[in-house]
Write a protein that binds this ligand. Structure first.
Ligand code: HEC
Length: 257
């Protein structure tokens, strides 16, 4: 038998083998882009719906809480729940009242899987007016159903599965998310670690922005937190680099007040 025939038989057999297995889903490659396209409009800021922040694997793993970020009636300081700042890892967040939306509950699928299924069962018509019973905006009172409360939510809000009030996921996106959730929702995302150069630049920016400006104490504090948010946002969205590939150097002369 010529070696070409042997190689052809080998390739044929290995392609049969591969066709039988479904390719593995990667959080970074397959899942985060769907969250970024279809969910982060409502699930990425500090005050996300149910504090479920799908802008990163850390936020997805943290899950949701029934406690709102802003409570105008409170009279004492509330403990902040900033992702990447106030706790690290799922157990630490669960101690702060968060619950998983990714874990299956016994024979029940994960809360996210059921919210997505509800959305998939009641698709909205593209470019048509939203049904009156979907309340959005400031008047909306979120339920933030915990996993055990999902059935009650679904019967009271049958048209309010996820993604909420939009035409939703393509069939392929839906299948990918459901397959990932059914396989235990593994998250392969690596935490971002600044390079030595970036770490130095963060220190330089913080020193610059925290430097006292006589008579303008608020300026440094305000700009420092804005600068921090800009740096974190730039790091989260572009993996640590600005559009030209580098975190910009602090230049005092370029900042005017
Ligand atoms: C237009 C805004 C909007 C979009 C887009 C959206 N959501 Fe939501 N999401 C909400 C709101 C509001 C709630 C709270 C609903 C309630 O409890 O009344 C919510 C709740 C949830 C919950 C349940 C949280 C809990 O504690 O019960 C999950 C899980 C969820 N969303 C996942 C997603 C996913 C995944 C996507 C993208 C595929 C998505 N959402 C897109 C607004 C949105």
């Amino acid at each position: 038998m010529s070696y070409r025939i042997v190689i052809s038989i080998f390739l044929l057999l290995s392609s049969w083998g591969a066709a039988g297995q479904s390719p593995e889903i990667s959080y970074t490659r397959d899942i985060q882009p769907i969250f970024t396209e279809k969910c982060v409009a409502c699930h990425a800021c500090y005050d996300s719906a149910c504090q479920l922040n799908l802008g990163s694997g850390e936020g997805a793993a943290r899950g949701a809480t029934t406690v709102p970020v802003y409570d105008g009636e409170r009279s004492v300081a509330a403990a902040p729940t900033r992702l990447f700042h106030d706790a690290f890892g799922k157990p630490a967040w669960q101690q702060k009242g968060f619950y998983s939306v990714l874990d299956a509950q016994g024979s029940q699928a994960a809360l996210m899987a059921r919210m997505l299924e509800l959305g998939h069962q009641t698709p909205l018509q593209p470019n048509a007016k939203l049904p009156q019973d979907i309340v959005l905006g400031l008047n909306r009172e979120n339920t933030c159903a915990m996993p055990a409360e999902f059935d009650g939510y679904a019967s009271a809000h049958p048209k309010e599965g996820m993604p909420l009030a939009v035409t939703g996921l393509t069939d392929q996106q839906y299948q990918t998310l459901q397959r990932w959730l059914a396989s235990g929702a593994p998250i392969d995302e690596q935490g971002l670690v600044p390079s030595a150069k970036e770490a130095l630049q963060v220190v330089q920016w913080e020193n610059l922005l925290n430097a006292p400006v006589p008579g303008k104490a608020w300026w440094g504090a305000g700009c420092s937190s804005i600068g921090f948010s800009l740096i974190s946002t730039s790091r989260m969205t572009s993996r640590g680099t600005s559009s030209n590939g580098y975190v910009p150097e602090p230049r005092p002369g370029n900042l005017s007040i």
